[in-house]
Ligand binder design. Structure first.
Ligand code: FUB
Length: 454
């Protein structure tokens, strides 16, 4: 009996300590560009396709979080050929928030770069120019690759766009005008001194430009080349957004799970701490694919030394600590997920509104929600679901094979979303993770939201 109890307790602890990197496990995501909107952290990412054999991406995925552990998948928010007519092959995006609007900068693969505007991170995004904003033909923009745009808005409101790739003389920047949709030319070449020598180029620069500010200093970071630096994320510090800069080495050396893969990052302050988001092959490796084109976004904390240099980041599978618990009694979206298996997130019409929902179509498919704070014991749980042919949804505590706290029987909902509910047993006033496990879901269940009641 003692042994059984110990095993259960162990299962519960390991369950909550399970990896939260990568931040999304039901799809591949890359090139994370993070920004804060209404005190929530958003990340717009390239959307690597399952099994892709090159960079075939055609849309951007939007993820967001309030606690750094459970991430909302808002679905694809910007699609080449649809939201923008002249651009199909979407490589790394850059986003910026200014005066209550979100500006999205996007390259058509290796260039040129366009801009789209929205009133909120989820879009819809409108391409106001109908053509590119930055091209190689523009003065001072003669980079080999006019891509990987990163927008930076300084404290004085002045904005800049960084871009370029494929060589240490290829990093470029332009000033953006106040409208954020036009730029001032000529562009300038980004340079940094190294070992006290005069700055003639950006040492080892390859791609993935990024700019952030800390304590009045400007940090230009980028993915360095493969032969010299193994695609590590390097950085240089300066006193102004356009330099001069001094090269400081690696922020994030490439790690074993991402060896021989490219990398792309962004750095963001959120609720008093700084985080770096980057991609890696971690998920593809776990699945045994080891596909360099199946990348996944990860997050870790970034710290500074007293002299302003950055403490090298050691990538983790655990990621940062959860900032706040989930409220089980609130109306929770099914797509705010810590981890999952055998599910997809798809768009569905839920009560007249197109929204992202979880779709399970395999037996044993599950979704993990981490860190609920039950202030009192729940008596029931309800979920909004749509199913063909019926299925069962078990709510399990602490682990995928943990205690069954509730079983929701889902009948055929005849094409519409319908509410199902069940009694809850075995959850007290406590903090725990919950796993929603689907059985008999072969014909497909869509799951939109849930909440507990006392
Ligand atoms: O995702 C396609 C390309 O790979 C990006 O534009 C580069 O930064 C690299 O991450």
């Amino acid at each position: 009996m003692k042994k059984l109890f110990a095993a259960a307790a162990f299962a519960a602890t390991t369950a909550s300590a399970l990896a939260v990197n990568p931040i999304v496990t039901h799809k591949y995501s890359a090139d994370p560009n993070a920004f804060v909107w209404n005190d929530r952290l958003y990340v717009v990412c390239s959307h690597d396709l399952d099994g892709q054999k090159g960079f075939e991406m055609n849309d951007y995925v939007l993820l967001s979080t309030d606690d750094l552990v459970n991430w909302t998948d808002h679905g694809d928010v910007f699609t080449g050929g649809k939201d923008v007519k002249w651009c199909w092959n979407l490589y790394a995006p850059g986003a910026a928030v200014k005066d209550g609007k979100v500006y999205l900068y996007y390259p058509n693969s290796g260039g040129p770069i366009g801009v789209a505007v929205a009133d909120r991170p989820e879009g819809p995004y409108v391409d106001p120019l109908g053509k590119h904003l930055i091209g190689r033909e523009m003065p001072g923009c003669d980079s080999c690759w006019v891509f990987d745009p990163a927008a930076f808005v300084d404290d004085d409101g002045k904005a800049y766009l960084y871009f370029g790739g494929n060589g240490d003389t290829m990093a470029r920047a332009v000033r953006l005008n106040d409208d954020m949709t036009s730029a001032q030319f000529p562009g300038v070449m980004m340079k940094a001194s190294k070992d006290g020598k005069e700055a003639t180029a950006m040492p080892f620069f390859f791609e993935a430009s990024y700019m952030h500010k800390h304590n009045g200093k400007y940090y230009f970071s980028y993915s360095a080349n493969f032969p010299d630096r193994g695609a590590s994320i390097d950085y240089a510090i300066g006193d102004s957004p356009l330099g001069p800069f001094e090269w400081k080495g690696a922020i994030l050396p490439n790690w074993a799970d991402n060896s021989w893969n490219n990398n792309h990052h962004s750095i963001v302050d959120f609720r008093g701490k700084t985080y770096i988001l980057y991609h890696s092959r971690l998920l593809s490796n776990r699945q045994g694919h080891n596909n360099v084109f199946e990348r996944s976004v990860c997050i870790d904390e970034l710290k500074y030394n007293d002299d302003g240099t950055i403490v090298k980041v050691v990538p983790t599978q655990e990621g940062p600590k959860q900032l706040k618990p989930l409220d089980p009694f609130a109306a929770n979206r099914s797509v705010t997920i810590c981890q999952d298996e055998k599910v997809k997130v798809v768009m569905a019409d839920v009560k007249g509104k197109s929204t992202s929902v979880v779709r399970a179509s395999a037996d044993g498919a599950w979704v993990r929600y981490a860190g609920f704070a039950f202030k009192s014991a729940p008596r029931s749980v309800k979920a909004l679901v749509r199913a063909k042919g019926g299925a069962r949804l078990e709510v399990r505590k602490g682990a995928v094979d943990g205690l069954v706290a509730a079983t929701l029987d889902i009948g055929d909902t005849k094409g519409a979303f319908a509410e199902v509910s069940a009694k809850v047993k075995g959850i007290g006033a406590e903090t725990c993770d919950l796993y929603f496990v689907f059985t008999g879901a072969a014909e497909g269940v869509e799951f939109a939201s849930y909440s507990f009641a006392r």
